[in-house]
Design a protein around this ligand. Structure first.
Ligand code: NAP
Length: 558
């Protein structure tokens, strides 16, 4: 293919028009689109293969909590039609196979360098190029740098006294070994009870001799009711009705109008197609309300929060949903003391709602012990295990299910320097700031995909990724067509966007507790509500307006 380089008299030749950091779903699609538009593009990724988060998170039970038919690219109708998901919620190996299939199908690998970690990215004002240095000592130059680095890609291992002395094996859910791990006959400890732990615990409990779960804060979770969905080749029956979303469509029905499903999803707050209840939880009587919750519980999945319109906006309404789940926990867990320890008291949906298979049931097993460290933290580690509640728990293996330095951690690990040597670390000293989660004032020609300030993790990531990629590609084409050499968010646009972000997050229930959304899981991290909580449609409209007005809020220079 002929490459149409950016032509500008100020430029010296760079290695690439665009250097993309990350070969997850963002980077792969961006490479495909930019190559199709004639740009010279390269991806680098620290992993040895494509897949991003699905490359690293290989713990037992890892699967997506967005239904597989929606957690898939929409840019290629052929790809949509030919790929067959086997389960309602796809497992990590299946999603990774999908990412590999995409890489092969669109011949992406020839422009990806694996096992390549970016150490620094420095903007050179003399020639308007980014200079990227890798840990292997290479320097790559590019006119534009796109951080497709993911929202949950830097693991968090909290500091525990004596952890280094522990003689057992330590795992992290977010960086799991590629070999099968067998816990048979072992005493295993899990620290954390977020989404990752909630998926892993039921499976590890079935294998381990004994499982100790160290819980600081109980988490709300709703059932997945996962099941196989592909058509049965023997009976030639059509795909089983697998979708709680959108009126229980079969695979065949979805594929017959996939664009329709995507279109309906894009109109939704979280970019997921489903049919929410249009009533307030407070306008119906107790019986109707319970029935409403039960119906969504039986559908399964994160759309439980759509059971009534005001679960996210009214504390009183939220409490009715929270209490419904608390009652489910009390009825599922046999030991009332354990049940009460598993019951969260904060607003539901504040921490990301988890989706599980047999999570609460697992606490009825005789080989599972819940160690409630909510009131008195884990004391220390020893060679044999962990001290908590003044007791020693001897362990063969320890699993950190302690999450991620979300949204900013990966970007801040790279030494990023913009105009006049401004470091991203200094720029973000009080929390991340940027325009639309896409660009950052002081950092020309750099884009983020699903960066802080965009709806990202509050939506179906596939939709948000495609929307950002499409916007960036449109922008780069515009710049090329108009012979523009730099684009940079203005500080005033950034300030206005931050003020709008804060305003919508201010009274939102997602901002009513400590979570990784606000950096609350990382010591010393400034408390800022990082994703945009104004909804996907409103956000997309704003992005489109900006593009339609020749990138209003950005400074363009020739
Ligand atoms: P997480 O939600 O941040 O959970 C981390 C857990 O570790 C929390 O229970 C936390 O307790 C605990 N923890 C942290 N530091 C601790 C300490 N010093 N002592 C004791 N406990 C400690 O992380 P995650 O489970 O990996 O999930 C992160 C996100 O990834 C999810 O919210 C979701 O967006 C995504 N994810 C999605 C899926 C899916 O699609 N199904 C699966 C896994 C993950 P506190 O609550 O007290 O901080």
């Amino acid at each position: 293919m002929m490459h149409t380089h950016f032509k500008n008299r100020k430029r010296t030749d760079s290695d690439y028009d665009v250097l993309i950091v990350g070969a997850g779903f963002s980077g792969l699609y961006l490479l495909h689109r930019l190559r199709g538009s004639g740009f010279k593009v390269r991806i680098v990724d620290r992993a040895s293969d494509v897949g991003g988060t699905w490359f690293w998170n290989r713990y037992p039970g890892a699967r997506c909590d967005v239904e597989s038919m929606q957690y898939a690219y929409s840019f290629s109708p052929e790809l949509e039609q030919e790929w067959v998901w086997s389960e309602k919620y796809a497992t990590q190996p299946e999603i990774l196979r999908y990412a590999r299939h995409v890489a092969e199908r669109f011949d992406l690998r020839r422009d990806i360098e694996f096992d390549t970690t970016v150490e620094s990215a420095v903007f050179d004002e003399s020639n308007h190029q980014w200079r990227i240095e890798t840990s292997e000592g290479r320097t790559i130059s590019a006119n534009f740098c796109v951080m497709a680095t993911g929202c949950l890609s830097t693991t968090n291992t909290p500091h525990f006294e004596g952890l280094d002395s522990f003689k057992g094996t330590i795992y992290h859910t977010g960086n799991w070994p590629h070999e099968t791990v067998d816990f048979s006959g072992e005493k295993v400890g899990v620290i954390g009870t977020g989404s990752s732990a909630i998926q892993a615990i039921p499976l590890i409990a079935k294998q381990a001799k004994h499982l100790y779960v160290f819980q600081r804060t109980p988490h709300y979770t709703v059932p997945a009711w996962n099941r196989r969905i592909e058509s049965d080749p023997d009976t030639k029956t059509s795909g089983r009705r697998a979708y709680g979303y959108d009126a229980d469509l079969t695979i065949e029905e979805i594929k017959a109008d996939y664009a329709g499903l995507r279109g309906r999803a894009r109109k939704m707050f979280n970019a997921l197609a489903f049919i929410p209840n249009r009533k307030s939880a407070l306008e119906v009587d107790d019986i109707e309300r319970q029935n409403g919750y039960e119906g969504f519980w039986q559908r399964g999945g994160v759309v439980f929060l759509g059971a009534y319109t005001d679960i996210g906006t009214s504390l009183e309404a939220n409490e009715t949903a929270a209490e419904f789940v608390r009652e489910k926990i009390r009825r599922t867990v046999n030991d009332p003391v354990v049940a009460e320890a598993l019951v969260p008291t904060y607003t539901i949906g504040c921490k990301r709602l988890a989706v599980d298979t047999d999570y609460y049931e697992t606490y009825n097993r005789s080989n599972v012990t819940l160690v409630d460290v909510g009131q008195s933290p884990i004391q220390k580690f020893t060679q044999q295990g962990v001290y908590a509640l003044d007791q020693e728990f001897t362990l063969d293996s320890l699993i950190m299910a302690t999450g991620f330095d979300a949204m900013t951690g990966t970007l801040l690990k790279i030494d990023i320097r913009g105009r006049s040597g401004l470091t991203l670390e200094d720029k973000w000293i009080d929390g991340p700031k940027g325009y639309l989660g896409l660009g950052i004032a002081g950092f020309p020609n750099m884009f983020m995909i699903t960066g802080p300030g965009s709806p990202s993790v509050l939506t179906n990531m596939m939709q948000s990724i495609e929307q950002h990629v499409d916007w960036i590609v449109g922008c780069l084409e515009y710049l090329r067509n108009h012979n523009i050499s730099t684009i940079e968010a203005t500080e005033s646009a950034e300030d206005d966007w931050a003020a709008h972000n804060d305003a919508v997050a201010d009274n939102h229930m997602r901002n009513s507790c400590s979570s990784w959304y606000v950096g609350g899981n990382i010591e010393g991290k400034p408390r800022v509500f990082m994703p945009y909580v104004g909804g996907f449609p409103r956000y997309v409209e704003k992005c489109n307006e900006v593009a339609d007005q020749n990138y209003l809020g950005f400074t363009l220079t020739t």
